[in-house]
Design a protein around this ligand. Structure first.
Ligand code: HEM
Length: 125
């Protein structure tokens, strides 16, 4: 996958719109809702936003605050089978639509999140 500087294209505001649209959907979802901390959705939103910002061209806030991402290890406590991965990606696709990002950034993010979410599967179907 050819990396592009998504941060230069969409800035803090683009990442904030994307993650807000995603986390607005999470609590209503029958698979994902129960997995996320109901008392700290704002914190979860910030962690994902900071990770994406730092990974895709912006300031490294996530690594400063949380250290090396080790995302597969951090997701190990959660049951991520194909269905959970597909739902996560479906909500992200909706969030990408809602965030109305420039086409080049949206296409890159879609492919990037598609690949990363498959990598996060940690249980058989
Ligand atoms: C495949 C489906 C996925 C599921 C079901 C899932 C679920 C979760 C859950 C339940 C949390 C805990 C929320 C919190 O308190 O932070 C979390 C954290 C997180 N997820 Fe995911 N996730 C998935 C994929 C991804 C992907 C593809 C990425 C990156 C592109 C990602 C990035 C993160 C980050 C950065 C955190 C915070 C980790 C930390 O610092 O503790 N997740 N995820």
């Amino acid at each position: 996958m050819q990396e592009i500087d998504v941060y230069a294209l969409i800035g803090e505001d683009g990442f904030a719109r994307l993650t807000a649209a995603f986390y607005r959907r999470v609590p209503h979802d029958d698979i994902l809702g129960p997995m996320y901390p109901a008392h700290d959705l704002a914190g979860a939103e910030q962690r994902l936003r900071d990770f994406l910002v730092g990974r895709l061209g912006g300031p490294p806030r996530y690594i400063e605050q949380r250290g090396h991402p080790r995302l597969r290890a951090r997701h190990a406590p959660f049951t991520i089978n194909q269905a959970a991965r597909d739902r996560w990606l479906a909500l992200m696709r909706e969030a990408l639509e809602e965030a109305a990002l420039p086409a080049e950034a949206r296409q890159f993010l879609q492919a990037f999140l598609d690949e990363m979410s498959t990598f996060m599967i940690n249980r058989p179907a």
